[in-house]
Write a protein that binds this ligand. Structure first.
Ligand code: TYD
Length: 208
């Protein structure tokens, strides 16, 4: 069985993790017996340690370039240690965020530039890109108010509403640029409806 790589993207609080669990169950039924679920920044001991630095709300002085490079470092470790070996072994990998998060959050919302951000990351991802990226499209306000209900906000979530609006719009722009790979779904719909739409997109790539 050939490896498949799917990433889940969207603003904070867009319901990615719920959909990842449902997709995992669906792929298991399809016969992918080993499905690797991972998240960014994180997914390895080293990447989780980097995550602690990035999201620590005491580090308000962190420069945007440092932030971008730390996300890329966490990603480099995740790709080498988990994603690349899994794909080579024919497994299915579903990642909660991948390089498009950097393109949107650092490239667009922070203003470092999309091309520049992909360039910084090219070293980290070693040419590995998802075959399918699901974009959970949600208004910034809805996402952030969901997050506030769940837990204490981290350094990124504490950003202004204007920042989160740039993120929400940034994802739409990125999806317009790569319509073949990035599929946008209205994330205000109910969980089961969203899952069924995701399954249709996944079936298309499994046929290929
Ligand atoms: P996380 O708690 O995983 O957010 P969520 O549950 O919403 O996915 O925190 C990740 C945060 O880091 C989130 O605010 C998005 C941000 N981020 C970037 O800014 N750049 C990146 O490359 C990645 C992977 C995440």
């Amino acid at each position: 069985m050939q490896g498949i790589f799917i990433s889940m993207e969207g603003p904070d609080g867009s319901g990615k993790s719920t959909q990842i669990e449902l997709l995992k169950a669906y792929l298991e039924k399809k016969g992918y017996d080993e499905i690797i679920i991972t998240r960014e920044p994180g997914g390895t001991v080293i990447s989780e340690a980097i995550r602690e630095i990035i999201l620590n709300k005491d580090y308000s002085e962190m420069s945007y370039m440092t932030e971008a490079l730390l996300y890329a470092s966490a990603r480099a470790q995740l790709v080498s240690q988990v994603i690349k070996p899994a794909l080579e072994a024919g497994k299915a990998v579903i990642s909660d965020r991948f390089v498009d998060s950097s393109a949107v959050y650092q490239g667009m919302a922070r203003g470092l530039g999309v091309e520049e951000t992909y360039n910084i990351n090219s070293y980290a991802i070693q040419g590995i890109m998802p075959q399918l990226t699901i974009h959970m499209d949600l208004p910034a306000k809805v996402g952030i108010s969901r997050k506030k209900e769940q837990a204490e906000l981290d350094r990124m979530e504490l950003e202004t509403l204007e920042f989160h609006e740039k993120v929400a719009e940034g994802y739409r722009e990125l999806a317009r640029r790569s319509p073949e790979r990035i599929k946008s779904i209205d994330a205000t719909q109910d969980i089961q409806t969203i899952h069924e739409i995701i399954v249709k997109y996944v079936e298309e790539i499994l046929k290929k």
